[in-house]
Design a protein around this ligand. Structure first.
Ligand code: FE
Length: 185
């Protein structure tokens, strides 16, 4: 009986730890060299003429780095201060790393101290879908790409003026305009 009790406690612990995403937390790191390949699948297509909504899970898995796939297709989170763009200062536009859609401009990027790229505004509201995320016992607003559905990050109401918003975005969900090459017809 005691053994069974210990086993059940152990089982509950394993399920809880998994649910809290702790294992993923340790796994969700990728060096910036690997992150340099992010967006390379966009070279093969004309992003504005592609039907991104019909892309399969297999397509995304093959086209993306493991971390990028985990974050954008399965609402993961990269480790703070591990991404390519948290301290990026080059001027330009940040595109969706899944479909190349324009999402943020460098002039709305600000230093948040969180370790994730942070913006106080979007290029246009239509390009981003917002929805309530109640995972992990928290109520947050999830931001995703309106064109391909990629998970980007979350939006908080503690940002700077003029919007007061903080779009806290994973680096792997983004490609800076200087790092992106797309096939134009
Ligand atoms: Fe997208």
């Amino acid at each position: 009986m005691t053994k069974l009790k210990y086993f059940l406690v152990f089982l509950t612990l394993i399920i809880t730890v998994n649910a809290m995403d702790i294992f993923n937390f340790f796994r969700k790191s990728e060096n910036t060299e690997t992150q340099d390949t992010i967006g390379s699948h966009l070279k093969k297509v004309n992003p504005s003429k592609t039907n991104w909504k019909e892309k399969t899970d297999e397509y995304w898995k093959e086209s993306m780095t493991p971390l990028q796939y985990n974050v954008t297709r399965h609402e993961g989170t990269e480790r703070a201060f591990s991404g390519k763009y948290w301290d990026e200062k080059r001027p330009g536009v940040y595109h969706c790393s899944g479909c190349g859609h324009e999402l943020f401009k460098s002039d709305t990027k600000f230093k948040s101290g969180t370790g994730w790229p942070s913006f106080y505004d979007v290029v246009t509201k239509e390009n981003i879908t917002l929805k309530t995320d109640k995972r992990f016992g928290m109520t947050r607003t999830e931001a995703s790409c309106a064109r391909c559905g990629a998970h980007l990050g979350h939006v908080f109401e503690d940002g700077p003026k003029p919007t007061g918003l903080r779009y806290c975005i994973n680096s792997v969900s983004l490609v800076h305009s200087e790092d992106i090459e797309t096939k134009a017809e």
